[in-house]
Write a protein that binds this ligand. Structure first.
Ligand SMILES: *Cc1c(COP(=O)(O)O)cnc(C)c1O
Length: 477
């Protein structure tokens, strides 16, 4: 493809994306096609001679767009949001065109330095403790996802807990990792990947009302493991759990991790974005105890997947845990110790220029634009919660500190009530006008409305409530 051909197709496809965003409100949020529908529309084999992208836009319209769940749809309320935005896409376009490999400072100085500065900017915007900044002992890095951040934190924690032995001998001792029963599934995966095994994972009980980790139970469990000869290594606390956005008490947890010398990783994958607003930083109280922290700008901060921002308080510990330097990567800058080589901060060696989209997003929206984005969703979620509360058929089943509302139809014996709520969700999502997902709270089935799509307005939230009430009429009849 010549630069001239690229220019022509590029213009056409930028138009296509702009049209896609503009026409989202008129689309079903989710297709209702049977599995195999999309695959059935594709040729069985790759073309032998290139086809010059003939009919490309028609295929996007006929095959791809109708076969998607539209995460940017203003009536997408499922899971957590996965924001993208114009500036993010343009930053990614430039990064893709540059095709840089940023594994070392030397392989892409701007790729590394923009990332370091962006993570410092973000730390400022979220008012993170000073130790996480690059000009202090810490620093930030972009991981592909919060799952990778948790894995990297787990490895650094093992390095610390073993006094360095883990690097040489692996997990020859019985290490233990602690999170709450509401912690994300990626913690279990990290424990497995790190070679600790599921038997080393401790799920600490939560408070029945707040669904936050009970620090007394945490302390008891650590003490019991120590008495039993295990080596407690890591606590993963969550600010904004995936099920209900519960907030673990960092001040109390931090005292315990400090007392026992455990690594404290704080997973704020979704809720961290809210901390751009001073009035939504309550979950960060006690963050000065943390050894590492992460959140996903790719969830609720207008930055397209993938972009997880991960900070450590002591970069030396992380680098010691992960650094491997083969001869073919040796270079003067690395030897000088004056640069950051991000390959030592993550699992893969290679890395793309993800900081560019973050730079575009932060420049375009500024602090105030990001605050307005978060605040509008928090206000819409509050209004939605008020509507739910005003209808006696429904109950809210968990606190809503951010923009997620978790609720259910009241009543019914456990199984019966759960079945009615599941039927309500099926009916709602089958219609395709809105999309919600579900969870279980204290064992009972509940519906989740996560307000967070960039285009969502009060009209969409009102329409969702109308659709929920109509579906409830059907289920209760
Ligand atoms: C979404 C989520 C994750 C996983 O996020 P990825 O970036 O997709 O790996 C981890 N923890 C919490 C609390 C989450 O909400």
């Amino acid at each position: 493809m010549s630069p001239e051909q690229f220019r022509q197709y590029g213009h056409e496809l930028v138009d296509w994306v702009a049209d896609y965003w503009a026409t989202l409100p008129g689309r079903r949020v989710r297709p209702d096609d049977a599995p195999g529908t999309v695959a059935g529309k594709l040729p069985a084999t790759a073309p032998v001679a290139g086809d010059g992208l003939t009919g490309l836009v028609d295929d996007l319209d006929a095959i791809i767009a109708p076969g998607l769940t539209h995460w940017q749809h203003p009536r997408f309320f499922g899971y957590f949001p996965a924001n993208t935005s114009g500036p993010s896409v343009l930053g990614d376009l430039v990064a893709a065109g540059l095709g840089t490999q940023g594994m070392l400072w030397a392989t892409g100085p701007a790729c590394t330095e923009v990332e370091t500065v962006m993570l410092d900017w973000l730390a400022d915007l979220l008012d993170l403790p000073g130790k996480f900044r690059s000009h202090a002992t810490g620093g930030g890095v972009i991981q592909d996802s919060a799952s990778s951040a948790t894995l990297v934190a787990t490895l650094a924690a093992l390095h610390r807990a073993s006094g360095g032995d883990w690097r040489t001998h692996g997990t020859r001792r019985r290490y233990t990792v602690y999170t709450s029963t509401e912690g994300h599934s990626s913690i279990e995966k990290a424990v497995r990947l790190a070679g600790i095994g599921d038997a080393g994972l401790r799920l600490i009980e939560v408070d029945d009302h707040t669904l936050a980790m009970n620090p007394d139970r945490l302390r008891e469990r650590i003490a019991a493991d120590l008495a039993d000869g295990a080596v407690p290594a890591l606590v993963v606390a969550t600010v904004g759990t995936t099920s209900t956005t519960a907030v673990d008490p960092l001040p109390a947890i931090g005292e315990i991790t400090r007392e026992y010398g455990l690594w404290l990783h704080v997973d704020a994958a979704y809720a961290g974005a809210a901390a751009v607003c001073p009035e939504l930083r309550h979950g960060h109280a006690g963050l000065e105890h943390a050894d590492s922290y992460c959140f996903d700008p790719h969830k609720w901060l207008l930055t397209g997947f993938d972009c997880d921002a991960f900070w450590v308080a002591d970069r030396a510990e992380l680098i010691q845990a992960l650094s491997v330097l083969p001869e073919y990567l040796r270079n003067a800058a690395t030897d000088s110790d004056a640069v950051i080589d991000y390959r030592d901060w993550q699992v893969p060696l290679g890395r793309r220029f993800r900081a560019l989209k973050l730079w575009f997003v932060l420049r375009w929206y500024g602090r105030d634009g990001l605050r307005a984005h978060i605040r509008s969703h928090v206000a819409l979620a509050r209004d939605f919660a008020d509507l739910v509360r005003a209808d006696p058929r429904f109950e809210i089943v968990a606190p809503s500190p951010y923009a997620l509302v978790v609720f259910r139809l009241r009543g019914g014996a456990a199984d019966d009530g759960d079945a009615r709520n599941a039927a309500l969700l099926d009916r709602l999502n089958a219609a395709g006008e809105v999309f919600l997902s579900h969870t279980r709270v204290r064992g009972r089935y509940a519906l989740r409305v996560a307000v967070g799509s960039p285009q969502t307005t009060a009209v969409d939230v009102a329409a969702a409530w109308d659709a929920i009430r109509a579906a409830a009429d059907g289920v209760c009849a």
